[in-house]
Design a protein around this ligand. Sequence first.
Ligand SMILES: [Zn+2]
Length: 109
Amino acid sequence: MSAGLERAPAWPHEDERHQAALEQALIRAFWQSIGRHPLPVMTALETAARVVGTLYGQVAQAHEGPGGCRCGWVPDPDCDLIVLEANLAAALLQPAPPSLARMQVAGQA
Ligand SMILES: [Zn+2]
């Protein structure tokens, strides 16, 4: 996927900033949707987890074939799943950050 996905950042510090921005955007989108369309807790979390799998599939597909992204990343679903699971487990063990659920939404769609 050439639009914004790159393997190695030019500046590691910038990469951390971009990771934080993506994380906040995803969290905000989750809470906005829950606010508008409430769901049982585990249904909502299972949906979010499934979306990560969907995103993985889309990114992997964007790296296939001659027209695919040339960043050098090669999808390895078995190993990548272990990394994704480890990140999920690590996030569960961290203290919860301040919730964005009660933050004011800037702008509207
Ligand atoms: Zn790529």
